[in-house]
Design a binder for this molecule. Structure first.
Ligand code: NAP
Length: 282
């Protein structure tokens, strides 16, 4: 496997992960399977890995588990070099169900450990202590390396941290992009202070950032892109990873998109450019 991308420390752990990972929502879905899109998806994931995006985010719910199988096909023999993150669904958060879900994910991923196991969404009907007890058992058994959450508010994140007794909460995966900034109010400062990595999902706003628009803020984005010799998408991704605690997981099934996304790392926007984008998109 080829290049190494810029790395960042995951939470308080000693693990380093690429600042850009590969999202997989929609990969392996019914239509993609029948339109030959699965081969494209595998090709796109393999190219991303070669370009150093050695971090794949998936979930048991994506394509009813088939995304995890596609991930295992793309990773092949390179398992040790790829950081695999998957998620347990909110309806599977009881102690026994977490253990069962993890076993099923391990089978589909064709591996004996997951690098990061995330609670996909909170579930107020199941105490987080019960879920985290199962998560810690999985860590003790070597089936999970790090524990994360997703879509957790500041209060829920705090409760998840407190429910863990032997390991630190590594990450919270939430929506974050130039056009979706709500975590800046409280969750981002909290996670930065607590050294919890923010994994930014939908970082190119599900294709809306590459598509852009005609308003003033898009004009400023294009201006910054032109000045830096980068594309609009690369600037938007770089703006995210400029933040100390943030990594991003764009999804791209198209190989040209993967190449472009990988080119968003390895350089830095100036502080002035970061600020003018923050202001333009506020
Ligand atoms: P996204 O990554 O913001 O956007 C994906 C879309 O943008 C795709 O249509 C892709 O097209 C397009 N795209 C990517 N790079 C591009 C480029 N350089 N130029 C033009 N178009 C480009 O949205 P997302 O899939 O919602 O989020 C990313 C990942 O985050 C997901 O795949 C999933 O792993 C995770 N996620 C997690 C949650 C959660 O609840 N935890 C929720 C949503 C997403 P092509 O595919 O055609 O290349």
């Amino acid at each position: 496997m080829g290049l190494d991308l810029e790395l960042k420390k995951l939470g308080k752990s000693s693990v380093q992960i690429p600042v850009l990972g590969l999202g997989t929502w929609g990969i392996g879905g019914f239509s993609s399977r029948h339109l030959g899109g699965e081969d494209n998806a595998i090709r796109a994931l393999r190219l991303g890995l070669e370009l150093g995006m050695r971090f794949i985010d998936t979930a048991e719910v994506y394509a009813q588990g088939h995304s995890e199988e596609v991930v295992s096909m793309a990773v092949g023999r390179e398992r040790e070099r790829v950081f695999i993150a998957t998620k347990v669904s909110p309806e599977h958060l009881s102690y026994e169900q977490v253990l069962r879900s993890c076993e099923s994910s391990l089978k589909r991923l064709d591996t004996n450990y997951v690098d990061l196991y995330q609670v996909h969404w909170p579930n107020s009907r199941i105490p987080i202590r019960e879920t985290m007890r199962a998560m810690e058992k999985l860590v003790a058994e070597g089936k999970v390396r790090e524990i994360g959450v997703s879509n957790f508010s500041i209060q829920q994140t705090r409760e998840a941290q407190e429910a863990l007794s032997k390991i630190n909460l590594a990450s919270n995966q939430v929506e974050y992009s130039l056009v979706e900034r709500s975590i800046e109010e409280d969750l981002l400062p909290y996670c930065s202070k607590e050294h919890i990595t923010i994994i930014a999902y939908s970082p190119v706003a599900r294709g809306n950032i590459p598509a852009g628009g005609r308003d003033e803020h898009w004009r400023i984005l294009d201006e910054v892109a032109q000045k830096n010799g980068k594309s609009r998408t690369q600037v938007a991704l770089n703006w995210l990873i400029c933040k100390e605690q943030v990594v991003a997981i764009p999804k791209a099934a198209n190989v040209e998109h993967v190449k472009e996304d990988a080119g968003a790392a390895g350089w830095r926007l100036s502080e002035a450019d970061q600020n003018s984008l923050s202001e333009a998109f506020s």
